[in-house]
Design a protein around this ligand. Structure first.
Ligand code: OFO
Length: 178
């Protein structure tokens, strides 16, 4: 049975992960409005992953006899100054999420909740990957600068990103099931 403190913290994380999806869908719409369909696709794939993250927390609470409680989601930003600014905002958001995951891992330690600790290890690794993938796009866009044709090439490249399977299937502990 999941403890109250961990249940409440994970319920709150469901909201943060769902907001992440909402934010990235908003960024996708921003890129579509600029004709950058590749970046829009990149953000849609990212949003889909975020819903998968929310479901991982949902499933963990549920499997341990806890009650899911969905919290209100705030309205995301709609406009950014430039594609680079949008990806920089995405990185800032991922850094916030990494902090939240670390807070959850701390609660798992303090509550001696080994099951949550094992499940959260997947997220600790995932956040390293998430920050890295956004940073790589930022680096690319800094190189592109104001070069229009280079921006279109970068857009095409980013549009190759495929979404992860949704909903995710996983075994207890966070490993993807075969
Ligand atoms: Fe972007 O990792 Fe979840 O929120």
């Amino acid at each position: 049975m999941i403890g109250q403190r961990m249940r409440e913290a994970m319920n709150e994380q469901i909201m943060h992960e769902t907001f992440s999806a909402y934010l990235y869908v908003s960024m996708s719409a921003y890129f579509h409005s600029m004709g950058l369909d590749g970046m829009a696709q990149w953000m849609k794939a990212q949003a889909q992953e975020e819903l998968g993250h929310a479901l991982r927390f949902y499933n963990h609470i549920n499997e341990r006899g806890g009650r899911i409680e969905l919290l209100a989601i705030e309205k995301p930003e709609k406009e950014w100054d430039a594609p680079l600014a949008a990806f920089e905002a995405a990185l800032k958001h991922e850094e916030f999420i990494s902090g939240r995951i670390n807070d959850l891992a701390k609660i798992a330690d303090e509550e001696n909740d080994r099951a949550a600790g094992i499940m959260l290890q997947w997220f600790v690794t995932e956040q390293v990957e998430e920050e890295d993938s956004v940073t790589k796009v930022i680096d690319m866009l800094k190189l592109v600068g104001k070069d229009g044709p280079a921006l279109l090439l970068a857009d095409r490249e980013l549009g190759q990103r495929m979404a992860a399977p949704f909903p995710p299937t996983y075994e207890f502990g966070g490993e993807e099931a075969a």
